[in-house]
Design a protein around this ligand. Structure first.
Ligand code: URA
Length: 243
């Protein structure tokens, strides 16, 4: 038997925003439980029996969790490690022990990390067959020449493999560093860092800003939110799970 949960948690798990955002929605008076306005975020609802609406639209709650985390530096992308893992940042989610990160970001890489309990989707999102694009902003040493950009874009021999075509765009150039956006459709170990290293511009900072159809947007570092139904649909479409 499903137990009752707080209204703010119910809405957040259903993709309506962070806990802070949904609390504001509830206080605004746009949320109804069984056709009665509910202004208390701690109000308890039964996900199986109660009908919840936001501005008159039905809210659907499921057991499959799809979470976007803005990973800060210093956390290991793993479910278990001797060091601090990304799971510490989502441990207030019920049954978070069943969730796992999709792919990995290095300990010092920040940005968009998807966490779910949907094994099939996770498998597809990381499988080379689906060529899911990932966008990173890298702060690198020095300035890239046209030739170096071309090398990165065409494919570069990293010894154990040759990278597939990538898109590269210089965003800013400072005296000794540059900020460069790079899109790759594969995800080999330390790939972005190794690519820039190879053309003589070691990465100083790395942040992932998008993953397939998902954008990090203005989600604060260290915070997470549940994906919306539309975002989940797009991910499934990108990996052949929906037509
Ligand atoms: N490429 C890297 O080098 N590091 C990451 O964390 C992700 C992509």
């Amino acid at each position: 038997m499903a137990s009752k949960i707080r209204l703010d948690r119910f809405l957040s798990e259903s993709g309506y925003g962070t806990r802070k955002e949904v609390k504001q929605m509830i206080k605004k008076g746009i949320v109804e439980v069984n056709s009665v306005s509910a202004k208390d975020p701690s109000f308890k609802v039964d996900p199986e029996k109660d009908s919840v609406t936001v501005e008159g639209e039905d809210v659907f709650h499921t057991d499959e969790f799809y979470i976007m985390l803005n990973k800060p530096e210093g956390y290991i992308t793993s479910t278990k490690d001797r060091e601090l893992t990304v799971m510490e940042l989502i441990c207030d989610i019920p049954r978070f022990e069943n969730l796992f990160p999709v792919g990995r970001l290095d300990k010092d890489t920040t940005g968009l990390l998807l966490i779910t309990n949907d094994g099939e989707l996770a498998h597809r999102l990381t499988h080379p067959k689906w060529k899911v694009p990932k966008v990173y902003i890298a702060t690198v040493k020095g300035k890239l020449s046209e030739k170096e950009i071309e090398k990165l874009e065409k494919g570069i021999n990293l010894g154990d493999f040759v990278t597939k075509p990538a898109k590269v765009k210089v965003i800013t150039e400072e005296e000794t560093t540059s900020e460069v956006e790079i899109e790759i459709k594969e995800g080999k170990y330390h790939q972005v860092k190794r690519m820039f290293e190879k053309v003589g511009h070691p990465v100083i900072k790395l942040r992932r800003t998008s993953f397939g159809p998902l954008k990090l947007g203005n989600l604060p570092e260290g915070e997470y939110r549940f994906l919306t139904d539309k975002e989940i649909e797009k991910l499934k479409r990108a990996t052949g799970l929906l037509p």
